[in-house]
Design a protein around this ligand. Structure first.
Ligand code: IPM
Ligand code: MN
Length: 359
């Protein structure tokens, strides 16, 4: 029969602020190598949203752009956050706006220590540190519910409320159980909460968790308070397979997770809407002090690109990029830290691309 049509994917790229555009350029290099080797096409559309555009034009992220994003198969994002812009404006106006408007209700963050990568945890290696955090990504404290009363006076009151809907909690938990099943490692899901103090929010989480667990007889369940899990992630990371938690706790424990897997130079994540447009990003931020210096580690962005390909269904290509990253962490880089890799940002990207093409 006729030859198979070449698959093609429409990807929106937002380099963003600081080192974002530099690491995304290396991510795109790896993606281009993968697409040529595995015979699919990526149609890239570039967007310049971020601090510089905001400072120049006053525009943050118009609703029309958000509508446009819905037509893409995925978004590849560098970093959002600019030293000359008040904290919150770009984060809420770009990153959180996209997460919410595109209903990317899962933030998927693998915590995986690659061979050759230094971890601050003594006596733990790649066989011990390999789990995934499923963070709820559209609710909780991030909704912006609350407000001020008598702002700026001695009687000022500030209230910030955590919003937890049955639907939001349930779809997040289901995703975690499905993910544990598909991952098929320890077949275990740990709920991370604070049922001893947040007795409304996490009562809902715990009840929904127990009910959904009944549909997954092959999956073991476990529970840990968020403070305790910070202890266990450091002392016994090998206990974890899939951890599911709310937005705020997920934000906090995934920075801890990033550190035990070697730092922000390597940690990647996906903002997932299983029915819509998902967005993939290195989780490290814009690192303005390194911007323009060709010093930052692009492996987190490259890994985010691999996650994107995996999500799009290009499993072999994603795996090959991961192998390239592992090859480089085990055989090449002296450190994952910016400026200490023994290579420049672009050299690391070149090595990944070359490996993807030739191995
Ligand atoms: C993250 C970041 C964001 C968050 C900030 C930049 C709003 O820390 O992706 O983890 O809190 O979610
Ligand atoms: Mn964070």
């Amino acid at each position: 029969m006729g030859s198979k049509a070449v698959k093609s994917y429409d990807i929106a790229v937002i380099g963003g602020d600081g080192t974002g555009p530099e690491v995304i350029a290396e991510g795109l290099k790896a993606l281009a190598a993968a697409s040529s080797r595995y015979n699919f096409k990526l149609n890239i559309s570039d967007y310049d949203f971020g601090g510089n555009r905001y400072l120049k034009t006053g525009e943050i992220l118009p609703d029309s752009a958000v509508e446009e994003f819905k037509n893409f198969e995925a978004i590849f994002l560098g970093a959002i956050g600019h030293p000359d812009v008040k904290p919150g404006i770009l984060e809420k106006g770009i990153l959180l706006k996209i997460r919410f408007a595109l209903d990317q209700y899962i933030n998927l963050r693998p915590v995986k220590l690659y061979p050759g990568v230094w971890t601050p945890i003594k006596d733990k290696g790649p066989e011990d540190i390999d789990f995934v955090v499923v963070r709820e990504n559209t609710e909780g404290l991030y909704c912006g519910a609350g407000g001020f009363h008598k702002k700026g006076t001695p009687d000022e009151v500030a209230v910030q409320e955590s919003v937890n809907t049955r639907k939001g909690v349930e779809r997040c938990l289901r995703f975690a159980f499905e993910y544990a099943k598909k991952r098929n490692k320890n077949n275990q899901v740990t709920l991370c909460g604070k049922t001893n103090v947040l007795t409304y929010a996490f009562d809902l989480w715990q009840r929904a968790f127990n009910e959904i667990a009944k549909d997954y007889s092959g999956i073991k369940t476990d529970y840990a308070h968020v403070d305790a899990i910070c202890m266990w992630m450091v002392k016994n990371p090998e206990w974890f397979d899939v951890i599911v938690t709310d937005n705020m706790f997920g934000d906090i424990i995934t920075d801890l997770g990033a550190m035990i897997q070697g730092g922000m130079g390597i940690a990647a994540g996906g903002n997932i809407n299983p029915q819509g447009t998902s967005m993939f990003e290195p989780i490290g931020g814009s690192a303005p002090k390194y911007s323009g210096k060709n010093m930052i580690n692009p492996l987190a962005a490259i890994s985010a690109g691999a996650m994107m390909l995996d999500w799009l269904g290009e499993k072999e290509a994603a795996l090959k990029i991961e192998q390239a990253v592992i090859n480089i962490t085990s055989n090449k880089l002296k450190s994952l830290a910016a400026g200490k890799m023994g290579y420049t940002t672009t050299e690391v990207g070149d090595m990944v691309a070359e490996y993807v093409l030739k191995h």
